[in-house]
Design a protein around this ligand. Sequence first.
Ligand SMILES: *Cc1c(COP(=O)(O)O)cnc(C)c1O
Length: 410
Amino acid sequence: MSTDQVAGTRTEELLALAERYAAHNYHPLPVVIASGEGAWVTDVEGRRYLDMLAAYSALNFGHRHPRLVGAARRQLEQLTLTSRAFHNDTFPVFCRDLARLAGKDMVLTMNTGAEAVETAIKTARRWGYDVKGVAPDRAKIVVADGNFHGRTVTIVGFSDDPSARGGFGPFTPGFESVPYGDVGALRDAIDDDTVAFLVEPIQGEAGVIVPPEGYLRAARELCTERGALLMADEIQSGLGRTGTTFACEHEGVVPDVYILGKALGGGIMPLSAAVADRDVLGVFRPGEHGSTFGGNPLACAIGIEVIDLLREGTYQRRSAELGSWLIEGLRDAALPTVAEVRGRGLWIGIDLVPSAGSARAACERLMGRGILAKDTHQQTVRLAPPLVVERSDLEWALEQVVDVLSTPAG
Ligand SMILES: *Cc1c(COP(=O)(O)O)cnc(C)c1O
């Protein structure tokens, strides 16, 4: 019997198809989602789950937010793609709105987060040669240990995660990694050829790692002093996730380049951007960078609505209030299986003690309770529900999490 004809439930059938026909570059939980609304999803068997991952923050506004779906529907009836060979009537408006939200002059749109990071890297190098006056091919970009900036060959080349980089070399030169949160190491790494420090204000994939207070401010000062660009990868931390529009705001820091993605497309379209002032992003001339789909009318129409939602500040406030409440609740539970609870806003990492079993096993048990969460790095369970989540949903979720983590995996 071929894999296509496996008998049994719809779930088993679809898991078998994925196993047989999809490359095994992910290890998903064995749930097959068929629909979603707000913070909740329903699987093909009709079981409901609270989405506590929110597609790594791409779903900050939940599944199918009515205003975002409305904007997408209207745009679908008008125009979906022009390429950048011509102007369209949503792209300039989106660029203006995003520039204003970020308090910057200009926007360069791409699609995925990795492309926006690549854009920032190219920006920094070109700025380094044209403006700072670095000698040809000498530009250096400093990054932080534990970083996650995407999956291109250049980006995984400066990752220290063996599973991200192993077997994919040779890599792009010109990067130096320093310990995250270590100001002294950063100071030592920045030299005359350094064009940028690329950093996540809070490291997401590393396990929601919040740097020591003052780190981003010190990085800002060092970059200003030494004439290097501070480039904040806010792809996961930005757009409301941590209780502010940008996570850099927690330290009152304004980077030279914001790198955005994920929630920017409202969980509907991939939409990413590098946002900076004219003296930085102005280095590009026609033909030097781009993307066929970057800045397409459909994505931009949704992006305009996303920015509108953020302007009101309600999602940021929800994230701050509900997040503090949830972090406190998890800490107060004082679970013996939990080594540490940390986070900011509705973005929480729970480190399990080694004897508690793997974070993956905990996530599988949570799934059995109707909660979808994702492990990262063996011992960390990450909680990041859509910011539209109801307080009562979180109260229920807290009970489930405490219950599941009260007993070590059997
Ligand atoms: C997800 C993520 C990326 C990569 O975004 P993709 O859209 O998956 O390419 C880059 N940086 C950070 C901090 C991320 O969380």
